[in-house]
Structure formats: structure tokens, C-alpha cells
Ligand binder design. Structure first.
Ligand code: 5GP
Ligand code: MG
Length: 179
């Protein structure tokens, strides 16, 4: 496993991103919506760094699977949202933007719920991998195209709790998680 970003570097980048978000949403009713589960660590940081009145909510994106392949677009489990978003400025928070399909699917579904605006924030964006006609509005770090773990991101339920961001080497994937 190779460390790509240290805890200190992550802290700096998140602080900068929070500053940009704060400037953008000053005086507006803001709702942060985290995409479960990878966004939880970033979300907890943003909530503590943003000095604006805000609501926090979560969504889970689900997809019908056949033999491990996602069939059709991701849909949100709307029941998870505890608040309405009508008239609120929504910032959808996810861990990482790889191809972009996740946020591309989710943004219009949030938009259908009648918010004043919908924007997106991700901690990481993989360089040169975008396959959709959108880019995230707030990005912590652009990273090389590797499978990364830590700071909320898992591999088979492991590594979410790493305080840094690390790239898994090919030999480290495919093995069964240790108990
Ligand atoms: P996208 O739809 O942009 O291709 O991928 C976004 C989702 O795929 C993320 O929310 C995340 O759950 C997962 N993902 C993409 N790349 C990685 C990665 O390098 N590591 C981990 N752990 N998850 C990833
Ligand atoms: Mg995800």
C-alpha cells in the first residue's frame, strides 16, 4: 500500500475546500447531503469547518445488480432523507469522482425534489477518467488513476478508518479480508 496523501495534506485540502464552500453559500439555506458510505469522514470534517447554518442529510444510492454488474441508473432511497430540500441549496457530498456516473445519476434525482440549487463536492477526483458531461463543483484533490482507500473509502469493508489516502497495489486486491 502506498500513501498518496498524508493526514496533514488531507487536512489542508479539506480546509481550503471548506473555505470555498463557505464563501459560495454565505447567507443561503444550505443542506449537505452525504452519499453513503464513503463520504462520512469528509462530511464530518465539513460540518465542523463550515461556519454557516446548515442541515445535514444522507442518501444511499442503490442499483439493481445481475452477476455483479449494475443494471440501469443508480437510484436514491428517498426515504432516507429526513428533511425536504424544497427551496434549499443542496450540496451533494461524495468521497470520490471516478467516471462521474454516480453523481451524474444522482444530481437530477435531487433536482426533481425541488431545491433552489444542487451542486457537488468530492474529496478526490481521478485524473482523466471522467465519462460524463459534468464536473464536480468543489474538489479537494485531483489524484492519479489508482484504486484508493482510506479517509472513508474502503476495499471490501477494510481501510475506511485509515487517516491518510493510500493506493492499493494490484497484489493487495483480490485477497480475502482478514478477520
Ligand atoms: P464513479 O461513479 O464516479 O465512477 O465512481 C464513484 C463511486 O465509485 C464512488 O462513490 C466510490 O464509491 C467508488 N469508487 C470509485 N473509485 C474508487 C476508488 O479508487 N476506491 C474506492 N474505495 N472506491 C472508489
Ligand atoms: Mg460511493
Amino acid at each position: 500500500m502506498k500513501t498518496l496523501l498524508t493526514e496533514e495534506q488531507l487536512r489542508e485540502g479539506i480546509r481550503r475546500m471548506a473555505g470555498e464552500i463557505q464563501t459560495h453559500y454565505q447567507g443561503k439555506p444550505l443542506t449537505l447531503i452525504g452519499v453513503l458510505t464513503g463520504s462520512i469522514v469528509l462530511l464530518a470534517d465539513l460540518v465542523r469547518l463550515l461556519d454557516v447554518a446548515l442541515r445535514v442529510d444522507m442518501i444511499q444510492a442503490r442499483c439493481d445488480h445481475a452477476k455483479g454488474v449494475c443494471l440501469g441508473p443508480l437510484v436514491i432511497d428517498e426515504d432516507l432523507l429526513s428533511y425536504g430540500v424544497r427551496g434549499r441549496h443542496v450540496l451533494l457530498v461524495d468521497d470520490i469522482f471516478h467516471t462521474g456516473h454516480t453523481l451524474w445519476d444522482l444530481v437530477p434525482q435531487i433536482d426533481d425534489l425541488g431545491p433552489a440549487s444542487v451542486r457537488t463536492a468530492v474529496l478526490f477526483q481521478k485524473e482523466g477518467q471522467c465519462q460524463v458531461a459534468m464536473k464536480p463543483d468543489f474538489v479537494g484533490f485531483t489524484i492519479p488513476n489508482a484504486f484508493v482507500v482510506g479517509y472513508g473509502l474502503d476495499y471490501r469493508d477494510r481501510y475506511r478508518n485509515l487517516p491518510c489516502l493510500a493506493a492499493l497495489e494490484p497484489g493487495e486486491m483480490g485477497e480475502e479480508p482478514k478477520a
